[in-house]
Design a protein around this ligand. Structure first.
Ligand code: LAG
Ligand code: CA
Length: 493
């Protein structure tokens, strides 16, 4: 997807915040000026082509808050997309996971109304940010019955006007649930922890699902996370997404399990996949400090263009399969590595602090309250329920990734637990995996001469911090962080 997002957005030119805005000023090609050459340390930076790539999952954020985030943070910092929590009507309750128990395909949920959803999509698009919806299409609710948040009454396998018992799978396991992940038929036809499992191979069921996704497309969404894709045959997912108009982004959620009969590669015909193994491998590398290894991490045989990388998501932060905000500087280092390497499309994460894995975010009368981000902390001592918005701390790096595009690593330098490399001649990143010692290498770089700021901590560059001269630059990097230079974050003098 890196490539596709890039192509769609090619042509957006951005001047760094500090670049001169007056074309024709002294120094413009064709008006050589000796005075300028003498008084500035480098030529004025050229405009940089930006290719948006970095996305963020904003878990359990309501639509109004996402609209605001697109306008204020994501758009201005070159984020490419936002991944939502599910939008359809769901069961009532305080837990976050009510989102994953659909009751109807009405776009009316604890996260907002249909009108709020539409306004959010418009605001994000106006900011240049694509919107990826979370499509829960493998199943309906898991409880015996009740009334959904938009007033729809249902029982376990009966959704009046939508699905009846005949639209759900029956299953041979004693519990009716998936019990053995080595058995393909169980994984795809039995219930995932009690959730009524749809017969996604049947034309009528597919038609309802296609109708729902088409409705979301009519509201402007750009693509879908396919929730629980592993639990639907790949052919079903392909048929469903193949019936959609346009060419929406499709990201199947297929958690790689070693030796299992269903693997992420099986779903590449339907679109892209989340790179769970990448997240686990980075989590394995970071504590040992051997950060150079991150350059070689791939997710099985999922090609870069079809891999959505992440460091954590709402499930893995709860089952501790990956690093999370609770891992403090290790989590930070992992996010930096994901953003630094050219593999996949990086997806950052914004959620909330928790101790109870079921605890949801505050609601008033069944409606989730607006997000108020806590001040970012390096000690992770948030109160449960506080919004952890550390995706914002990577705003400069989202710009860095947009500036370096697809450029390959070059001039790879390594010493102890530190590694540094260029990305083509557009950016440089030096990362220090040592938890106690800072580093101060003089690096060889392809970057043009000039004064650069550090995209790890800055989004603007009024004054340079690092000087590139004749292909050399000295950088200082504290323990467990990085320094990132790019052509879009240069000072004019
Ligand atoms: C997913 N991907 O494949 C979601 O990312 C994941 O968050 C969903 O589980 C799951 N699949 C179903 O869409 C979440 C919670 C579960 C929760 C489920 C349904 O992690 O804990 O199950 O959503 O709400 C809950 C209870 C279960 C119960 C079930 C049915 O925890 O004990 O059996 O509801 O009532
Ligand atoms: Ca299924």
């Amino acid at each position: 997807m890196r490539r596709v997002l890039g192509l769609l957005l090619t042509g957006i030119l951005a001047l760094s915040a500090c670049a001169p805005s007056a074309p024709g000023a002294p120094g413009t090609p064709g008006t050589p000026s000796a005075t300028v050459a003498e008084t500035t340390t480098a030529a004025a930076p050229e405009p940089v082509q930006m290719t948006r790539q970095v996305g963020v999952q904003l878990f359990q954020w309501n639509w109004n808050s996402i609209a605001r985030e697109c306008t204020d943070v994501l758009g201005p910092n070159q984020f490419a997309f936002v991944l939502l929590s599910p939008a359809q009507e769901h069961i009532q309750g305080e837990q976050w996971w009510t989102s994953y128990q659909p009751v109807s395909y009405r776009i009316e949920s604890k996260l907002g109304t249909r009108a709020e959803f539409q306004a959010m999509v418009e605001a994000c698009h106006a900011a240049g940010v694509k919107v990826i919806a979370d499509a829960v299409i493998n199943h309906m609710a898991g409880i015996d019955g009740g009334t959904g948040v938009a007033g729809t009454a249902f029982t376990h396998k009966d959704y009046p006007g939508l699905y009846t018992e005949a639209d759900f799978n029956t299953c041979a396991t004693p519990s009716g649930n998936i019990e053995n992940y080595m058995d393909q038929q169980q994984i795809q036809e039995c219930q995932l922890s009690g959730l009524a499992d749809l017969r996604t191979g049947e034309p009528y069921v597919r038609e309802q699902i296609v109708g729902y996704l088409t409705d979301l497309l009519s509201l402007g969404v750009d693509g879908f996370r396919i929730d629980a894709a592993k639990h639907m045959p790949a052919a079903d997912v392909e048929a469903i997404v193949g019936a959609l108009d346009g060419d929406p982004i499709i990201i199947s959620e297929v958690i790689r399990g070693s030796g299992e009969p269903i693997q992420p590669e099986d779903y590449l015909g339907a679109g892209d996949v989340f790179a769970f193994q990448f997240a686990k491998d980075i989590a394995g590398i970071v504590p040992g400090g051997a950060v150079r290894r991150a350059l070689d991490v791939r997710d099985g045989s999922v090609p870069s263009e079809q891999a959505f990388t992440f460091i954590t998501n709402h499930d893995t932060e709860r089952n501790r399969q990956t690093l999370t905000y609770k891992d403090k500087d290790k989590y930070h280092l992992a996010n930096l590595l994901m953003l630094a390497v050219p593999y996949g499309t990086p997806t950052l994460y914004g959620g909330y602090a928790f101790t109870d894995r079921d605890a949801g975010v505050p609601q008033v009368d069944g409606v989730v309250s607006d997000v108020e981000c806590a001040e970012p902390r390096t000690d992770a001592k948030y109160e449960p329920g506080q919004w952890v918005c550390d995706h914002r701390t990577y705003a400069g790096l989202a710009q860095w990734v947009a500036a370096v595009g697809d450029a390959e690593p070059a001039n790879v330098w390594q010493e102890g637990y530190a590694v540094a490399f260029d990305r083509g001649d557009l950016g440089l990143l030096a990362i220090n995996g040592n938890s106690t010692k800072s580093i101060e290498p003089v690096l060889t770089t392809n970057l043009p001469d000039g004064l650069y700021c550090d995209a790890v901590v800055a989004t603007e560059c009024p004054e340079g911090q690092f000087e590139v001269k004749d292909g050399k630059v000295k950088v200082t990097v504290e323990p467990m962080t990085a320094a990132a230079l790019s052509v879009n974050l240069r000072a004019t003098r």
